[in-house]
Design a protein around this ligand. Structure first.
Ligand code: AVJ
Length: 308
């Protein structure tokens, strides 16, 4: 092994040295983390996935009509491609690009999609949305629909979210559109239960990031020494997830170490919750002023179609 650090290693070590320590939520998604996230989406307490799915099913004809003919569908954070499957049936794109951070997971999902849709040209792209999204050069310069479901936009703080939305606006050019899912502000008890489920699936998902980090930087975190914490921070309108040290400990990695005191936390995720009008304003500021909003009966979640 040489001494040159990868950008992932540098980012992780930098975050661990901060006070309080942080680990980016993008490191949740190794193969095990992606599978655990899939388990989360099936939990009764985790309302976003099924609520978004219900909104899209109920309004499918109208969504399809408003989206119009799109040649290329680009899904960001595609994961198991379940949501894209429904959308492909609806709008029948000529090309589909599935973008996700978890490469292994994505390849299996894309292989299944190719069997289901032999007439669609399907490509997988392993990419980190915090960096530039370099689309395959082979894509035709035809009308594009970017699909960004699941309220994954919530992982970014509002200025970062606006920057990402601006980059999406550039990807779709003047004639394209963005179809995006966003989680809304609601009763705190509902929010807290969704991120601290009684079955401990979210806890396992949060703790798994330590095993992933151990593999990435050669550290010696012991998941038994850490505890899942999740709560709504009303001032900042976000769910925060942290890992809390159960005891004092010293964590080592190659050429480095850090001590954690009992009760000290590593901040692992923010999941911002929006009011519809604030999210629409964010889209406007990102150059996507034409919007159409669909929501569920409790106004827990919104699906928004936005255009330049
Ligand atoms: C994938 C970012 C949309 O914020 O709800 C679920 C991740 N974290 N439970 C979310 C997550 C804990 C999820 N996103």
């Amino acid at each position: 092994m040489n001494n040159i650090l990868t950008s992932d290693q540098l980012e992780i070590i930098k975050g661990l040295m901060q006070v309080p320590a942080t680990i980016s939520p993008k490191y949740f998604y190794d193969a095990k983390g992606s599978a655990l996230f899939e388990d989360i989406t099936r939990l009764q307490a985790y309302y976003p996935t099924r609520t978004e799915h219900a909104i899209m099913s109920i309004h499918a004809p109208e969504i399809a009509r408003r989206v119009g003919a799109s040649c290329t569908l680009i899904e960001l954070g595609a994961g198991n491609c379940q949501k894209a499957k429904a959308l492909c049936e609806l709008i029948k794109p000529a090309h589909f690009v599935a973008v996700d951070i978890s490469e292994e997971f994505l390849h299996d999902a894309v292989a299944r999609m190719r069997l289901t849709f032999p007439d669609i040209d399907i490509q997988a792209l392993a990419a980190d949305l915090t960096a530039d999204i370099g689309l395959p050069a082979s894509l035709p310069a035809q009308r594009r629909l970017v699909f960004y479901p699941g309220s994954s936009i919530g992982n970014f703080d509002p200025p970062q979210a606006q920057a990402l939305l601006s980059r999406i606006r550039d990807l779709i050019a003047d004639d394209g559109a963005l179809l995006i899912g966003v989680d809304l502000v609601k009763d705190e008890a509902v929010l807290n239960a969704a991120y601290d489920d009684g079955e401990g699936v979210t806890a396992a998902f949060n703790l798994n990031v330590l095993d992933h980090v151990n593999r990435l930087i050669g550290s010696d975190f012991d998941t038994n020494q850490w505890q899942h914490r999740a709560f709504f921070n009303a001032d900042r309108s976000r769910i925060e997830m942290h890992l809390e040290a159960k005891a004092n400990q010293l964590i080592h990695w190659r050429h480095g170490a850090r001590s954690f005191a009992r009760g000290e936390r590593i901040h692992t995720e923010n999941s911002y919750k929006y009011r519809v009008e604030d999210f629409v304003e964010l889209l406007e500021r990102a150059g996507l002023p034409q919007t159409q909003v669909w929501t569920d009966e409790h106004a827990w979640f919104a699906v928004v179609l936005a255009r330049p």
